[in-house]
Design a protein around this ligand. Structure first.
Ligand SMILES: *Cc1c(COP(=O)(O)O)cnc(C)c1O
Length: 421
């Protein structure tokens, strides 16, 4: 039996309506920016496998580091024990995170990193003797699929069946120059009417919301209001972290820094799952007490797994290397040139870019999960390019190691699509 057939027997895929889409494509090998399927066909991974494999698939430097670590220490309980890879990773993260971040808490996926951030914020107020129960989030944000993270997310296909079970969340629109005053008014009204504990947001780029981008100044004003009201701010950098916006973290573009930052995805470069929630000294200090009750009672069995830590350290080393930094600049410039070429195309409605993230909206009628979306996806795959359109939005978020030829092939396949769509 083929892999496709065997897959169908027992596997339940995420985000998949199996009745309409029974087949999943088996990938048997990956290298650099390339994926290979079970028939030997190759695809350029234009989205770095959901923004994880930024230094290239099966990066040999990371493999070497993992190999070393696997022979030394595989796993150890992280309550009451510690190890060098976690310590070293905390040091390396603090070096590249915004200056106000001091403490590193480990978990194992992006949703959970946000869940931890939300729980930290709620317990911060609880520990200070304040009853605060409301979270503020953007209308169309995405923070993950666990209950707290899902409650804060605003995309309805994900949330529909669960809305009755959500934690308390009040939503505001993502700010732009036209709605900014209205957003600030709504924010103030929520702060006056509810006991607001935290504000969670994706800084500058909302990935699942079709790569929606917004300006740092508007976000900064919201963060200032939050700070003035002792509302804990949580930057969800799960997607934007580790160089994608052109700086290590998107929060660097915003003057006011968040109290808490969640990260995952590129943290472990596509090798193994891991996540981190960082916070300020002030947050951490609110959990210090003579009673155990004020401690943060949250753990995952694989918290700070040493092998995952060794991957993350190697990833950060690569991110800081001259070669990767140069590649990031080359990709940014190359996206800009592509943009000049296509932004006035009659089938292109709008385009946007932040760092290596480039997105365009097609000027055609279609549903986010409609038939057309799959036709566009097929066009790319048949041409050996792996891009996953978000409705009418086509975006590129390539691994930093992508070659000029590979990038050109992605661009050309998009240009061809514009001719046939
Ligand atoms: C992917 C993503 C998440 C969820 O991370 P998982 O590892 O899939 O749980 C949360 N927030 C943002 C911004 C993401 O892009």
């Amino acid at each position: 039996m083929s892999l496709k057939e065997r897959d169908k027997k027992h596997i339940w895929h995420p985000l998949t309506q199996h009745k309409i889409h029974p087949d999943s494509l088996p990938i048997v090998k990956a290298e650099g920016a390339l994926l290979f399927d079970d028939e030997g066909k190759e695809y350029i991974d234009g989205i770095a496998s959901w923004y994880t494999a930024m230094y290239g698939h099966c990066n040999p430097y990371i493999i070497e580091k993992v190999n070393e670590q696997m022979r030394k220490l595989d796993q150890i309980v992280f309550a009451g024990f510690t190890h060098e890879p976690a310590i070293r990773l905390s040091e390396e993260l603090i070096k590249i995170l915004p200056d106000n971040q001091e403490k590193i808490f480990f978990s194992d996926n992006g949703s959970t990193a946000n869940e931890v951030g939300i729980k930290m914020a709620l317990q911060y107020h609880f520990n200070k003797g304040e009853k605060r129960n409301t979270i503020i989030a953007f209308n169309d944000g995405f923070h993950g699929d666990t209950f707290g993270a899902m409650s804060a997310s605003g995309l309805s296909v994900y949330n529909g069946p669960f809305e009755d079970f959500f934690i308390d969340v009040q939503r505001i629109p993502t700010p732009n120059k036209d709605n900014f005053d209205e957003v600030m008014k709504q924010l103030q009204k929520i702060i006056n009417s509810y006991n607001v504990a935290a504000f969670i947001y994706e800084p500058l780029v909302q990935g699942a919301n079709a790569m929606h981008m917004f300006e740092a100044e508007f976000l900064n004003e919201i963060l200032q209001i939050c700070a003035a009201n002792n509302i804990i701010t949580i930057a969800d950098e799960v997607m934007t972290g580790f160089g994608k916006t052109g700086t290590n973290f998107a929060s660097e573009y915003v003057v006011t820094k968040p109290d808490i930052i969640s990260m995952s995805k590129a943290l472990t470069a596509g090798f193994v799952p891991m996540a981190v929630t960082s916070c300020t000294q002030e947050i951490y200090d609110a959990f210090l007490d003579d009673s155990v009750g004020k401690a943060f009672f949250h753990a995952h069995t694989y918290s700070a797994n040493p092998i995952a830590c060794s991957v993350a350290i190697a990833g950060i080393e690569l991110l800081g290397s001259e070669e990767i930094q140069k590649n990031i600049q080359t990709i940014i410039k190359s996206h800009q040139d592509f943009d000049t070429k296509i932004k006035n195309h009659p089938k292109v409605k709008t385009t946007r870019q932040q760092g290596v993230i480039y997105a365009l909206d097609l000027d055609i009628e279609m549903d986010r999960y409609g038939k057309k979306r799959y036709e566009i996806f097929d066009h790319f795959m048949q041409n050996g390019v792996c891009l996953r359109p978000l409705g009418k939005t086509i975006y590129i978020l390539p691994p930093y190691v992508i070659t000029k030829n590979q990038l050109d092939k992605i661009y050309n396949t998009i240009i061809e699509l514009l001719e046939v769509v």
